[in-house]
Design a protein around this ligand. Structure first.
Ligand SMILES: [Fe+2]
Ligand SMILES: [Fe+2]
Length: 263
C-alpha cells in the first residue's frame, strides 16, 4: 500500500519541527558566539589601552631623561665658559654655528642636533684651571700657557668614561677643539681628517665667535679682519671645507650672531 496523503503531511510536519529546532539552535549558537566575541573584544581593548598607557609613560620618561641630559650638558658648558669670563650667549652661539656647519658638511640632522648640544662643552676642562691663570688680564707666560692648554685633556678626562652618546661626543669636542688642520694645534697635534669632524667644527665655531666678541683683554674684531684671518687660515688652522661652508652660507652665520647678541 502506498503512503496516504496524511502520512506524507505528518512526515513533512515532523521534518518541519526538526528543521525549526535546528534553526533555533543555530540562532542560539550564533548569539552566544557574538557574546563571546564581544567579551574578548572588550578584553583586548582593555589590554591595548593599558599597553598604550604604559608606552606613554615610557615615552615621557625617556623624554625626561633626554631633556635632563641636554640640560646637564648645557649647564656644564656654561660653567666651563663662566670660569673664563665668557658670556652665556657665547656657548649658545657656538652651539648653533656648530649645528649649521654640521648640516652643510653633510652630517645627518640627528647628529647635527647632537653636536649642537655637545659643542658648548668644549671648555669644560677650564673648571680645573687655576683662577689666577684663567682670569689673568695680561699675556700668559710660556708656563702659564702650557697650564692653560691642559684644559683640553682635562675636559676629555672628565667625560671619556661616559657611555652616553652625547657625553662621548662632548668628550671628543673637549679633546680636539684646539687641534689645527696642519697639525700645529694641541694637545696631540693631529692633522687633517685625523681630527674628528666634531673637533674641527667646534674649533671654527668657537674661534669665529671668540674673535667677534669683546673680552676683558680685547675688543671685538671687525668682520673684515675675521674674514681675512679665515681666508689665511684655510687649510692651516681650519678645515678648508668648513671655511668654504662659512663663506658660502655667511648670511646664516651672521643671522645667528644677530639673534643672540651679548647684552
Ligand atoms: Fe678651549
Ligand atoms: Fe669657547
Amino acid at each position: 500500500m502506498s503512503l496516504g496523503v496524511n502520512d506524507l503531511v505528518d512526515e513533512l510536519n515532523s521534518l518541519k519541527a526538526d528543521f525549526s529546532k535546528t534553526v533555533d539552535r543555530m540562532i542560539k549558537d550564533t548569539k552566544r558566539q557574538e557574546k563571546i566575541m564581544l567579551r574578548s573584544d572588550k578584553r583586548q581593548q582593555k589590554e591595548y589601552d593599558e599597553l598604550q598607557l604604559r608606552l606613554n609613560e615610557v615615552e615621557a620618561l625617556s623624554k625626561e631623561v633626554e631633556e635632563t641630559q641636554r640640560e646637564v650638558v648645557f649647564t656644564m658648558g656654561a660653567i666651563g665658559e663662566s670660569r673664563s669670563k665668557e658670556t652665556g650667549n657665547h656657548v649658545k652661539r657656538v652651539a648653533l654655528y656648530s649645528e649649521l656647519f654640521a648640516l652643510y658638511y653633510g652630517l645627518d640632522a640627528k647628529e647635527a642636533e647632537m653636536l649642537k648640544q655637545a659643542s658648548p662643552m668644549h671648555d669644560i676642562g677650564k673648571v680645573a684651571i687655576p683662577d689666577a691663570i684663567l682670569n689673568k688680564p695680561a699675556r700668559f707666560t710660556p708656563e702659564e700657557f702650557e697650564k692653560m692648554k691642559e684644559h683640553a685633556v682635562l675636559g676629555y678626562d672628565m667625560l671619556k668614561f661616559s657611555q652616553r652618546p652625547l657625553l662621548k661626543m662632548a668628550a671628543t669636542v673637549a679633546y680636539e677643539h684646539h687641534e689645527k688642520w696642519n697639525g700645529s694645534g694641541y694637545p696631540r697635534g693631529t692633522s687633517g681628517e685625523d681630527i674628528h669632524i666634531y673637533g674641527r667644527i667646534t674649533a671654527i665655531a668657537d674661534v669665529f665667535d671668540a674673535l667677534g666678541s669683546a673680552r676683558v683683554y680685547k675688543p671685538a674684531w671687525e668682520d673684515e679682519k675675521i674674514f681675512t684671518l679665515f681666508r689665511e687660515e684655510r687649510g692651516k688652522h681650519f678645515d678648508p671645507k668648513l671655511i668654504d661652508i662659512f663663506f658660502e652660507y655667511l648670511d646664516e652665520f651672521l643671522e645667528i650672531r644677530n639673534s643672540l647678541k651679548d647684552v
